[in-house]
Design a protein around this ligand. Structure first.
Ligand code: HEC
Ligand code: HEC
Ligand code: HEC
Ligand code: HEC
Ligand code: HEC
Length: 386
């Protein structure tokens, strides 16, 4: 069904089939825009050669996996003079490194290099070595999950952190030579809108294997209180471990590699930053996590209390998002319901990079008790502290 554009353009015999498929798509899919459409040659090159010249977007003579005309970065990190969504034929490519327009939901790696924003800093986000250079301050992930092989040597570190695959975030995250990027096949099968299966990258939220959520059709380029991504969370967090058992849930989901056991965004971050997901014990493998104050780290995967200052957060603020604990919604909603909606890592952080230290969504130095601006940052939930 994703191929209708190509069929319709290249072969009139298939035109009515293409129209039928489009119609079917309208019926079945809440968002027909988010598909790979258009001529194969827009994105693929059979030999990386035409008239003797390289066919990759950067004229690179190295041929890419799946015969694509770019690497992940060639298509998604086009840099200078590019807007947040680049149009290629009839497809739209979301950009993660660019100097124009409104950033998409993940933020923009350009803040790390200074291509955009108030100056270069490795502290503004996840450094991807081949794009931003390694992080000069952080080697392993702070709060690295406390398990054998994870906490000292740091399997994932700033020198090897990458887009997808074994040391990446998108796609299957394990060593499998048949899946060089852990993502092959996901683009053409990409499911849009409500992502409540998460059984493979294509039906997981933004190809993040095992993560559930609702995908905004424009990757939040035009976000508003009722037009945004939706995230999944738990009422109270669970302890994470290697193999499950003993009260822990496993991050190694069988043959699927590393993934969050309950599909929540905070568990997903915790597959690398495990200890920061743990509220009352020192380490991520602490069994018997009780989710009540006093906490030793800021809670995530915990519902906002329906009483006290939290009860006043009732209207969705896209600069301080919450996650849903009652299942993945069919559409984005402007309502926030204390008691069921939860705080998550992305309430305070973006996922790629922001213009603020620790890749926060807002300037933490502007959060001043009894003197700060209400309705922003911490004050969106801690409504009485401004
Ligand atoms: C808008 C860009 C785009 C267009 C148009 C496109 N592809 Fe792809 N295709 C990709 C990307 C990116 C990948 C590699 C990543 C992946 O598989 O998720 C891919 C992977 C593939 C694969 C290997 C994985 C799989 O899904 O089987 C095949 C085969 C393929 N494309 C065939 C085609 C054919 C044939 C056409 C034209 C009818 C086409 N593609 C049009 C972007 C595109
Ligand atoms: C030939 C260009 C091309 C290449 C190469 C490519 N992509 Fe994409 N990618 C696209 C397009 C086009 C879309 C939009 C698809 C849609 O709207 O459904 C996309 C969408 C995505 C998305 C968002 C999916 C969603 O649910 O909205 C992610 C994540 C992504 N790509 C990751 C990658 C990674 C990781 C790689 C490298 C392994 C890669 N892409 C390589 C063209 C490309
Ligand atoms: C695949 C492993 C991995 C995953 C998944 C991951 N991180 Fe990280 N994170 C790292 C590594 C490695 C570093 C240190 C290197 C760096 O900052 O470039 C890091 C650094 C950070 C930093 C500090 C950035 C700075 O430079 O100050 C923050 C904040 C952060 N991560 C938050 C998150 C959040 C939020 C998520 C989930 C959306 C997440 N991480 C998911 C590996 C990961
Ligand atoms: C999305 C909502 C949200 C945001 C944004 C938020 N918090 Fe919280 N915070 C909570 C919730 C929920 C709790 C736990 C309340 C409970 O169950 O007692 C909490 C608890 C706390 C606690 C008390 C921990 C304890 O042991 O009782 C502190 C301190 C705190 N937050 C500080 C901050 C600061 C500083 C910021 C901004 C950097 C911030 N919070 C942003 C939701 C939020
Ligand atoms: C309530 C807001 C809030 C939430 C929720 C939150 N963080 Fe943070 N995080 C911060 C702030 C603020 C900082 C800056 C350091 C500080 O002042 O504590 C930070 C710093 C970090 C750092 C950098 C630590 C360092 O050593 O430099 C990492 C990594 C990180 N957070 C990961 C996470 C992960 C993973 C989650 C979810 C499990 C999460 N954060 C949830 C507010 C939050």
């Amino acid at each position: 069904m994703q191929m209708q554009g190509c069929f319709a353009r290249q072969n009139t015999r298939f035109f009515s089939f293409g129209v039928f498929v489009t119609f079917l798509g309208l019926l079945l899919s809440p968002d027909v825009q988010a598909q790979m459409t258009g001529n194969c040659a827009n994105c693929h090159t059979m030999h990386n050669s035409q008239g003797g010249l390289a066919m990759t977007f950067d004229q690179n003579t190295t041929a890419n996996d799946n015969l694509t005309r770019g690497t992940c970065l060639g298509c998604h990190a086009q840099g200078t003079d590019s807007s947040a969504i680049v149009v290629l034929g009839t497809s739209r490519i979301p950009q993660v490194y660019h100097d124009g327009g409104t950033d998409l939901a993940g933020g923009n790696f350009a803040y790390i290099t200074g291509l955009k924003g108030g100056g270069a800093s490795d502290r503004k986000g996840h450094n991807i070595a081949e794009l931003t250079g390694s992080d000069g301050v952080l080697y392993g992930p702070p709060g690295g999950i406390n398990q054998s092989f994870h906490d000292n040597g740091f399997i994932v570190n700033t020198n090897n952190l990458t887009c997808a695959g074994t040391n990446g975030c998108h796609g299957y995250r394990f060593a499998a030579s048949s899946l060089p990027n852990g993502i092959s096949g996901a683009h053409h099968k990409n499911v849009a809108g409500k992502m409540d299966l998460a059984t493979e990258p294509a039906n997981s939220y933004r190809f993040l294997m095992g993560v559930k959520g609702f995908e905004d059709a424009d990757w939040e380029e035009n976000a508003g209180s009722s037009t945004h991504n939706e995230y999944s969370a738990l009422q109270a967090p669970v302890a994470l471990g290697c193999s499950g058992g003993g009260g822990e849930l496993s991050c190694h989901g069988g043959a699927s590699g590393v993934q969050p056991p309950d599909g929540t965004m905070s568990q997903y971050c915790a597959t690398c930053h495990g200890n920061f997901h743990t509220l009352e014990t020192a380490t991520s493998d602490g069994v018997g996590t009780v989710a009540s104050s006093p906490f030793i780290r800021h809670p995530t995967d915990l519902a906002l209390p329906s009483t006290g200052e939290y009860a006043a957060y009732t209207s969705y603020n896209i600069d301080t998002p919450i996650a849903r604990t009652t299942g993945v919604p069919d559409a984005s909603s402007a309502a926030v319901t204390p008691g069921t909606d939860a705080v998550m890592c992305l309430s305070c952080h973006v996922s790629h990079a922001s213009d603020f230290p620790s890749m926060l969504r807002w300037d933490y130095s502007a959060m001043i008790a009894d003197g700060g601006v209400g309705g922003t940052g911490c004050f969106v939930c801690h409504t009485t502290k401004d």
